[in-house]
Structures are given as C-alpha cells and as structure tokens.
Write a protein that binds this ligand. Structure first.
Ligand code: VG1
Ligand code: CO
Length: 544
C-alpha cells in the first residue's frame, strides 16, 4: 500500500494539559484535527522506524474510529509493530504495563479520563514513553510546537482492522496484534498482592465488597480479577458494562459522582469495603462501612502499612505526592525515615523518581495512587491494596483509618472545584492572587499566621528540569495550607481548584466533619481569591 501525504493546516489549540490533549469530540472530529496531533507526536519522536507502539483507550465515544485513524498514520510513519487492546480498549494502567512488558517504544492512550463521554462530550489522547509513563513536559512542549507548523500528515488507504478478533496479522510489513486487554494486567496484580489470603477473606465472608466501575473501562478488569480470580459474587460489581457515554454520567470516582456506591456505603446495607474507578481506570475512591477515605489519607495509610503487602514487604525507598495533596504522607515518611518528594500536579512528574528508584509509592489528592509496578496511577491496584490491608490487618476500613490518625494525627482535607468559570474571570483572579502573595507574609488572620505565600516551582532531582507556576500556595504557622490552581484537564472555560488542609493532632477532635473543621480556611480562601464575588456563585460545584 502506498503511503499518502495529506496536506493540512495547523490548529492553534493543541497544547497538551495535565494529562494529554483533551477537547470536545466535535473538536477532534474537525478535518485533520486528530491526524495533525498524532503526526505532530510522531514527528517529534526520534527513530520510530520499526519500533513497537501500544494502542488502546477507555472505550468512550469516538474511541474505535480514532484507533483506526491512528493505525493508518502509525503504519505510514514506519512503526514496525502495533499492539492493540481488543475492541480498542486498554485501561491507562494496563497500557502502561503493556508498554513496559513489551519493551515498546511508547503508546497512545485515548481517554479524557473522568470527563463525560458521548458525541457532545469529551475525548482525549495522551502519548506515553517507553517507561510506560505519560510523556514529560519536554515532549509535550515539542508536540505542541510541531502542531503549530504542521503542513501535512502521512496515512494509508486501508481496510479497518478487526479490533475484536484476538491475534496477529501483517499489513505493509507491520505486525498488528490485538491482545486481550486484561490478562497481562491481572497477572501483574497477582504478582503484587496475596491473592490466596484475599480469596480466603472473601470466601469466608470476612470481606464483602462493592465495586462501581461507573460504566467505564474497569468493568472487565474488575470482573476478571475480583469475581473470576478472587471469588467475589457477580453482584459485587455495579455499572460493570463499559458504555460509550458512561451511561450519561461523569465517570469520576468521588462521593458526588459515584453516588450509587456512596448511598449503599452510608446505609445499613453497607459491605465491609466499597470502591469506584474512573473512565480510564487510573483513579480510585476508597470507602468502608460508613466511612470515606480521602485520597491523601489513603496514600499515607498505604505507605504506613506497605510492608504487609508481599511486593512491598522489603519496605519503601521513598514516597512522593503532588503539591496540593495533603501532608499526611510526609508524616509517615518522617516516621519511616525515608524521603518524601513534593511534585507538581500530574503523574508525569513521578516518572523520573520512580525510574531512579527514589520512590516506591506516590499519589495525588485527585483520587490517584500508584507504585513502581507501572508508571501511571492505578485504580484497581489501589482497590487490591486496601483489600489486602483489610485482610492482613483483620481490621475494618474505619479501624484502619482511625488507628492511623491516632498514631500520626489527622490532616483534615478538602478540595473545592468551581467549574466552567469564564476564562477571563479566572485569569484575573490568578493575577490578583499573584499580586496579593508578597503582601501576605507575616500577616495573621485569627489563629492563622501566614508562614509563606508563593507560587510552587519544581526542580526535578533526576534531570534538573524546572517547572514553574505550578500552583499558588499559602502556608500557615500551624501547618494549615490553602492552595489555588487552575485545572489543566477541563474542556470548557477554566476550573478553579481550591485545596484546604488543616493538621489536627488531638484525637478527641479527629471525628469532626471536614467542612466544619475547614470553615475558617474556606473563608480565608474566599477573602484571598474572591471567587464567589467575582462569579456571583453561591459555592463550589464539586466538593471532594
Ligand atoms: C486533574 C488532577 C490531577 C490528575 C489529572 C489527570 O488535573 O487534579 O491530579 O493527575 O487530573 O488525572 P487538573 O489539571 O484538572 O487539576 V486523570 O484520571 O484525568 O488521567
Ligand atoms: Co483517569
């Protein structure tokens, strides 16, 4: 088949955000839009000739069409092998593992994660490098630069590949293999956790569970691992059939969007453990009978108990968290006498630390936790980690959390999101905060004396790259913090995230409601940024 060179015009908005390029499906369907971005990626990469590329997505609307388009561009650009998840499906963590396992050159993951799907909703594409992790900024900057001057892309006229049939075929000397999307990942999970113990705890009835796949990618993964391998009842899974529009919901595992799960977990019918995962399977929400575990606490608890999990029995080399994530894990690291790194938001910043063996576990407040087993956050891994902890400690989720707070104190934490704010208003707000910062140092607001007020800048300790303007933070003498950031994953206007954190050492105060405990900080946040005043809104759209 003849390679065709198609003339194209650049689009000016192909700048990848926190996790790849995310836009409305309608944008991706504009002539040459997807093609331009994929070609810009391939143009930016060196020596792709004959190399292996992994392809898969979260199954959202436009996934199948996009995979066929990418297959043609990849063949035309000289890749030697394509490995594709059956049905065009791969969870983000499975894609990361498959890249690593096959020593692939890289992979393209099609997902807009927790954003809704459907013809009028979101689509996304992300390039992962050979370590299985999201491309670092030096790559994404290059992709963007290339997209601004692209004049043509390469493709082929070829029949669609049958994505549903597992097996290999050769097209234009390129080997194309459709693989089962679950098997390799399930095998990896079995090598990390004590499946024997988990099976016994489930069959004896000590652990009962409910997993909400939110009609997204983890349905088939959860069925294979939790039901087929570990013996949980099929009723343990809800919304387990992946749908192109996620049933019309946001596949976002938090108490607001995973409300079906939340209702059961906060009722008399609650099983011992409940969890949910997002569109592409990299996020997790952990709950127990009448308790919700904040992602920041989850990371800290995992770190404190990791030695109970077979793969981490030898201990942790270090831990890392994104800047807005609560400092609960810092306390654990100090106790374990291991390093704790603070990185900007986005999993790509953990890659170098993981590759260098500087950290074993890492996480973000946005329902993401993971380890050195792959280079993405991993929803089902977190679920299995918690199940393994419950089984090994023979404690309920609530007991594990309360015990942790007794030992380390509680970092009371909450995030307020104001979504789809008009971009002009959001930018003015940030400019206003930037001007305010130098005036805050040394000021006191009731019990809150400002210790520092700055904009987070990160220097990677492995390659010394510097990332500036990674969030505005105001820290107080009593350990409390307020952080402000604009989201880099939204597709409409701007989303302002306000992160509030307060340390509470006194165990008699550990059971207070987070919103009550953080009320004063929320008031200060409004005083500083004036989001309600500027937008006329009564409050945040989502509180997690
Ligand atoms: C959000 C989260 C961030 C996460 C990113 C991708 O980014 O805050 O922690 O890494 O989503 O997660 P932002 O820029 O909107 O705050 V996922 O599950 O969308 O791949
Ligand atoms: Co995700």
């Amino acid at each position: 088949m003849q390679v065709k060179i198609i003339t194209t015009q650049p689009y000016d908005d192909q700048n990848p955000g926190t996790s790849g390029l995310r836009k409305k499906v309608k944008t991706f369907q504009k002539p040459g839009y997807l093609e331009n971005f994929v070609q810009s990626i391939f143009d930016s990469l060196e020596d792709i000739n004959g190399k292996t590329l992994v392809l898969g997505g979260d199954g959202r609307y436009f996934n199948r069409q996009a995979i066929q388009i990418i297959i043609q561009i990849a063949i035309a650009n000289g890749f030697g092998e394509l490995i594709i998840g059956q049905g065009g499906l791969l969870s983000t963590p499975a894609a990361s593992h498959i890249i690593r396992k096959n020593n692939a050159y890289g992979g393209l993951v099609l997902s807009a994660s927790h954003n809704p799907g459907g013809p009028d909703e979101d689509f996304g594409i992300k390039y992962n490098v050979s370590n299985g992790g999201p491309a670092p900024e030096k790559y994404t900057d290059e992709f963007y630069k290339r997209s601004q001057s692209i004049a043509s892309y390469k493709t082929l006229d070829m029949a669609d590949i049958d994505l549903d049939r597992i097996g290999s075929q050769t097209v234009n000397n390129v080997s194309i293999t459709v693989i089962d999307p679950v098997s390799d990942y399930a095998e990896l999970m079995e090598s990390i956790f004590d499946f024997g113990l988990l099976k016994n705890s489930i069959s004896s009835g000590y652990i009962t569970l409910l997993f909400d796949a939110m009609h997204a990618i983890t349905g088939p993964y959860a069925k294979r691992i939790l039901v087929d391998m570990l013996g949980a009842s099929p009723e343990s899974l809800i919304n387990a059939v992946p749908l192109e529009d996620f049933g019309g919901h946001h596949p976002d595992p938090n108490l607001a969007h995973a409300h079906e799960l939340a209702e059961v977990m906060f009722s008399s019918l609650a099983p011992t453990f409940g969890a949910a995962s997002d569109g592409d399977g990299d996020r997790n929400m952990i709950t127990g009978n009448n308790i919700f575990v904040t992602p920041s606490d989850s990371l800290a608890i995992m770190a404190a108990n990791a030695q109970l999990i077979p793969a981490y029995a030898k201990g942790l080399s270090g831990v890392a968290r994104s800047m807005p994530t609560s400092q609960a894990v810092d306390r654990v690291a100090a106790r374990l006498n291991i390093p704790c790194y603070e990185t900007p938001t986005g999993w790509k910043f953990f890659g170098n630390l993981l590759d260098a063996g500087k950290i074993t576990l890492c996480g973000e407040e946005s329902f993401g936790t993971g380890s050195d087993h792959i280079r993405e956050k991993d929803g089902l891994w977190a679920v299995l980690f918690w199940l393994n902890l419950i089984a090994a400690k023979h404690q309920s989720v609530a007991d594990i959390v309360h015990e942790h707070w007794r030992i380390f104190g509680r970092n009371i934490y909450c995030r307020h999101d104001y979504e789809a704010v008009e971009s002009g208003i959001a930018n003015e707000l940030i400019t206003h905060l930037r001007k305010l910062l130098p005036t805050l140092a040394g000021q006191s607001f009731g019990d809150y004396a400002v210790k520092y007020a700055d904009e987070f800048s990160y220097e990677d300790s492995v390659d010394n790259s510097i990332s500036k303007n990674q969030g505005i933070r105001i820290g107080f003498e009593n350990g409390s913090r307020i952080v402000f950031r604009l989201s880099g994953t939204g597709t409409v206007g701007a989303t302002l995230r306000i992160y509030l954190e307060k340390f509470e050492p006194d165990s008699s105060l550990h059971n207070q409601d987070a919103q009550v405990a953080l009320a004063k900080l929320a008031e200060l946040a409004e005083q500083f940024c004036e989001i309600k005043k500027r937008t006329g809104r009564a409050g945040a759209d989502v509180v997690t």
